[in-house]
Design a protein around this ligand. Structure first.
Ligand code: PEP
Ligand code: MN
Length: 343
């Protein structure tokens, strides 16, 4: 349930409500809004709890949260959450473009591609060092060496970096190098991993499981939030359907649905959905038009040599054109493009 404090409730009243919530065996999560504070009281609640809390000074009313996800819900936090990664804000008025290769292959290629995307409007660099490959015989990523390259390149170019963490046991290692963890589609319900990144204290890009419903997805976000990490960015990256012309079907409808149900930022990944570069731009633009807060796109300057996901990689030139189109679609919605912080 949520405890809605009166407008102008004092710090003392908020603290007292927090104490009482704890005494009732519930976990308080305070959300300070522009006008009033709301306290989520999460846990096993008894019918009497509502009355007890409603009687406290400074409390306006106490309402149950109907959705199974609580901290992720708009009922708990009415305004859009903005997640800050380095100098980049995701979920605010500006649309963020994240780009880079699928995998870090070596320092030279990462530097080339990093420069190419930074020059063309990317505000964050992506690159996998631990790759979740369908075949154990495919390139598995460079591991820690790859993370070092990503960190160095990001620092050189002034771009925060995001990279996938595959296992709970790797969270400490990956956390030393990245600005934002990526949880991949195949791990959306790896609850131990979600708990670990929830406790680490760095932002998390949580991709939607390719066979997960929106509700299951938001429950996974709830795992991270409930561990005290508020910096969760969602990412629609395509789901499995009967259609197999595309690699996955980008569920554009998830964007407005999630925007209604949740305050968390959501971006789209058109690359893994399309699977082919010629369809990437259309999907990216549809996501922005639907209200997404950004895109994460795979770019490679020699796609035919890519060790992973070459067929869906945009060339730097195609990426440049896409960014221009994203700018126009965003502008039609009264939004700008997030700009890079000069290094
Ligand atoms: C990726 O971003 O390279 C990736 C593997 O994504 P997903 O988990 O969405 O397949
Ligand atoms: Mn990929």
């Amino acid at each position: 349930m949520i405890v809605i404090m009166q407008q102008g409730a004092s710090e003392e009243q908020i603290n007292h409500a927090v104490e009482r919530i704890e005494q009732l065996g519930l976990t308080p999560h305070v959300s300070r809004g522009q006008f009033r504070s709301i306290i989520g009281a999460i846990g096993e609640k008894l019918p009497a709890h509502q009355q007890i809390l409603e009687a406290l000074d400074g409390v306006e009313r106490v309402v149950p949260i109907m959705k199974p996800f609580k901290l992720a819900s708009r009922e708990f936090h009415a305004e859009n959450s903005v997640v800050t990664v380095g100098a980049v804000a995701i979920g605010g008025p500006e649309v963020a473009v994240i780009a880079g290769p699928c995998a870090v292959e070596n320092a030279q290629m990462l530097d080339r591609i990093g420069r190419a995307v930074a020059r063309r409007g990317a505000v964050m660099l992506r690159g996998g060092a631990f790759k979740p490959r369908t075949s154990p015989y495919d390139f598995q990523g460079l591991g820690e060496e790859g993370l070092k390259m990503l960190r160095e390149t990001g620092d050189r170019l002034g771009l925060p970096v995001v990279s996938e963490v595959l296992a709970a046991s790797d969270v400490q290692l990956v956390g030393r190098y990245v600005d934002m963890f990526q949880i991949g589609t195949r791990n959306m319900q790896n609850f131990q991993l979600l708990k670990e990144v929830g406790e680490y204290g760095k932002p998390v890009l949580l991709k939607r499981g390719f066979a997960a419903t929106v509700r299951e997805y938001l429950m996974s976000a709830e795992y991270i939030l409930s561990r005290g990490n508020r910096d969760v960015v969602l990412c629609e990256r395509g789901i499995k359907t009967f259609e197999n012309e595309v690699r996955f079907t980008l569920d554009v409808s998830a964007v407005p649905v999630i925007k209604e149900y949740s305050h968390l930022p959501i971006i789209v990944d058109p690359s893994h959905a399309a699977g082919r570069r010629q369809w990437v731009a259309a999907l990216a633009l549809s996501g922005i038009a639907a209200g997404a807060d950004g895109i994460i796109v795979e770019v490679h300057d020699r796609p035919e040599e890519a060790l992973c996901d070459g067929p869906q990689a945009l060339t730097p030139e195609a990426f440049e054109e896409l960014v221009e189109h994203v700018r126009k679609v965003a502008a039609a919605l009264g939004r700008g493009l997030a700009a890079r912080n000069p290094a």
